[in-house]
Design a binder for this molecule. Structure first.
Ligand code: HEC
Ligand code: HEC
Length: 216
């Protein structure tokens, strides 16, 4: 279903993203396309996120960069985390990098974020007292209820998930994992999520991006 563009429901979000890309907004009536041209100019961009924003020193994932561009450069109304337009634009921009290998930077300014993400990945949490690593490194391939535990790569996100009947971000998936072990879920956009995403990107280095993915 994922491999067939006509069957993959995530392609609906990509199509919405393509429309939003050309939509004029803000006081200057600019669209993403006014500055960036055709979306092919974004090929490769998704492979380098999360990354440190040099201006603010903050760690941004692709959604964060889109939100920043939208409010600071386009001067349009801010987009909320996990909102439909953000998922659509994120799917459209990530789709431009389909098939390209993940290549995050973990040195320099990114290093402290990376180290915190790595530590958190190995930290036991929740009533079940399990770390990410215990499932996705030590037990992949095993059944957990109806699910087969994978190696936990974020390369297909945003994905269309049948259980959600909608597209969702990697952070939404991480919240499912946290709730699965009965741990406190981080809010969308939380630094802890971004740091985990950077660690996941490092683990996935060299794997091909496949957004929009389809998951059960
Ligand atoms: C007023 C011009 C302007 C508008 C409008 C604009 N951007 Fe940008 N955008 C920029 C500039 C300048 C950069 C930084 C240049 C760079 O890093 O290549 C950038 C960077 C980006 C990046 C990071 C690219 C990378 O290689 O890391 C993304 C993603 C992005 N914009 C998406 C969008 C989206 C989606 C929209 C519409 C919602 C949008 N931009 C609207 C000017 C704009
Ligand atoms: C109790 C076991 C368990 C723990 C602990 C757990 N997960 Fe998961 N995770 C799952 C299951 C089950 C799925 C859904 C099936 C799959 O794709 O692995 C999943 C899915 C994922 C996916 C999506 C994979 C894909 O291809 O769609 C990622 C990424 C992920 N987990 C990362 C994490 C991170 C990061 C943590 C720690 C914060 C974590 N998981 C903790 C069981 C777990």
């Amino acid at each position: 279903m994922q491999a067939d563009e006509f069957e993959n429901p995530g392609m609906l979000w990509v199509a919405r993203g393509a429309k939003l890309w050309r939509q004029a907004e803000g006081p200057d009536g600019r669209s993403c396309a006014s500055c960036h041209g055709e979306a092919q100019s974004m090929r490769g961009a998704a492979t380098r996120y999360p990354q440190v924003d040099l201006g603010s020193g903050r760690l941004l994932n692709l959604d964060g960069r889109i939100m920043q561009c939208r409010s600071e450069r386009q001067k349009a109304e801010p987009l909320a985390w996990e909102s439909e337009p953000l998922l659509a634009l994120g799917a459209y921009v990530a789709f431009q990098s389909q098939g390209l290998p993940v290549r995050p930077t973990i040195d320099g300014a990114a290093r402290p974020f990376f180290e915190r993400g790595r530590d958190r990945y190995h930290l036991r949490v929740g009533q079940m007292n399990l770390s990410c690593s215990q499932c996705h490194d030590a037990n992949w391939g095993r059944q957990l209820g109806p699910e087969t535990i994978s190696q936990g790569h974020g390369t297909g996100y945003p994905v269309y998930r049948l259980e959600w009947q909608a597209a969702g971000s990697l952070q939404r998936r991480l919240r499912s994992c946290m709730s699965g072990v009965r741990a406190e879920m981080f809010p969308y956009g939380a630094q802890a999520h971004l740091e985990l995403e950077l660690y996941l990107a490092w683990r996935a280095e060299g794997l091909a991006l496949e957004a929009p993915g389809v998951r059960r």
